[in-house]
Design a protein around this ligand. Structure first.
Ligand code: ADP
Ligand code: MG
Length: 278
């Protein structure tokens, strides 16, 4: 579905202020995968998100979306890439464009040239998906952070992308808002078979993914199944990330002589391991 090959991306290229945000990144994502993209601040996650839907083109290397090289895409191909990969960007306030919620959600599909009757259906469906249908006639500006984020997700969903990229979509939310968003993502993924790339710096959220790609300084530091990637406390620490809390508890217990099996990344996993102690 997505193939990134030695992608390099520079801001302010060839000037004094040049910043190399990505330094040769490679990975593939298959259809239906749920990937968590993690990394400390400034590691290149948001830049990568923009490469995935051809908002940015790599300075070196390539990004292929369903076989199309974003660098050579023109006109119709770019529209197809944007249809295939929907990105929910970091700040939902910057993404609100209309004063009525349903119009806001309709903006994306309308821009893709979807006929208006189908647009209507998609908007209703997307609002149902995120549990905001009852609010459709209201204004987005008075909503809570979690609700705004769900509207932003609905706006991308209404474009029916095959791949959904969520850039720190839960970062500004309280625990309840975080759970709302994560539950919506998991449900859509299950019901629609969508490929999901979730950018997060909450290791506990990454634990819900099948696979974790960790960036550090614009490079891939780890690309492994979630259990493996998230249970290595020291490797994560070395790239400025914390392991999930249950993993850290198991790690600290281990240092105090309570030996638990490896690969604990969820509260349930930790509880099971503790109960199994004789
Ligand atoms: P992350 O999302 O992981 O925090 P970013 O992709 O936003 O990382 O940033 C990667 C690097 O690129 C950082 O060093 C950041 O300061 C730099 N950067 C990001 N956006 C810009 C920009 N518009 N102009 C110049 N440098 C930028
Ligand atoms: Mg970012």
């Amino acid at each position: 579905m997505i193939s990134v090959r030695n992608a390099v991306y520079k801001y302010n290229r060839d000037t004094e202020d040049e910043v190399i945000a990505l330094r040769g990144v490679s990975f593939d994502i298959a259809e239906g995968e749920f990937v968590a993209l993690v990394g400390a601040n400034g590691s290149g996650k948001s830049t990568l998100a923009k490469l995935l839907n051809a908002l940015y083109i790599p300075d070196e290397g390539n990004v292929f979306v369903d076989g199309t090289d974003t660098a050579s895409a023109r006109g119709e191909d770019v529209v197809n890439i944007r249809r295939t990969v929907g990105v929910v960007f970091q700040n939902p306030d910057n993404q609100m464009v209309a004063s009525v919620i349903e119009d806001d959600v309709a903006f994306g599909p309308e821009n893709l040239g979807i006929p208006s009757a189908e647009c209507r259906e998609r908007v209703d469906w997307a609002l149902e998906c995120v549990g905001m249908y009852a609010h459709r006639k209201g204004t987005p500006f008075r909503l809570s952070g979690g609700q705004k984020q769900r509207i932003a997700i609905a706006g991308v969903l209404a474009m029916k992308p095959r791949v959904m990229v969520l850039d720190e979509s839960t970062a500004m939310l309280d625990p309840r808002g975080k759970k709302e968003v994560m539950d919506v993502v998991e449900r859509i993924r299950r019901d629609e078979g969508m490929t999901v790339v979730m950018i997060t710096h909450f290791p506990g959220e990454a634990a819900r993914a099948d696979r974790v790609i960790a960036l550090s300084g614009g490079k891939v530091a780890t690309d492994a199944p979630a259990r493996e990637a998230l249970s290595d406390v020291e490797a994560l620490r070395s790239i400025g990330l914390e392991a999930p809390l249950p993993t850290r508890i198991a790690y600290e217990l281990g240092r105090k002589g309570v030996c638990l099996p490896g690969g604990i990344i969820t509260p349930e996993g930790l509880a099971e391991a503790l109960c199994a102690i004789k």
